[in-house]
Design a protein around this ligand. Structure first.
Ligand SMILES: [Cu+2]
Length: 113
């Protein structure tokens, strides 16, 4: 019983910390969320327009979907700008595949220009 309580408390702490980090990211646009240090061969930065995001949950959904891809080194999704900035390996993956990944997560992405 004690062990279970400890686990529950730890989970609550993690959730609280995560939302704190999410909030401070919102307040300070210079902080980068979800930074992964994955080595990729041809790092290319792509900024996509993303429609349909309403809250930080949407941001997290898209960032986690992108983080699952081996060819993606880093992503930064902005709720305010309706954008996703993605650093990916342009020889391992196409722009269309990134757009499809976001579409599969439930949001409409397109090339911004
Ligand atoms: Cu949302």
């Amino acid at each position: 019983m004690k062990a279970l309580t400890a686990v529950v408390f730890r989970l609550i702490a993690i959730v609280a910390l995560t939302s704190l980090i999410a909030c401070s990211n919102d307040a300070n646009p210079e902080t980068k969320p979800e930074e992964r240090f994955v080595e990729i061969k041809n790092p290319t930065t792509l900024t996509l327009k993303v429609e349909g995001m309403t809250c930080n949950g949407c941001v997290n959904t898209i960032e986690s979907a992108l983080a699952k891809l081996d060819a993606v080194a880093e992503s930064e999704v902005s709720l305010k700008r309706n954008e996703a900035a993605i650093v990916y390996d342009s020889e391992a993956m196409t722009e269309a595949e990134l757009i499809k990944t976001i579409a599969d997560a439930g949001y409409q992405a397109s090339l911004s220009e």
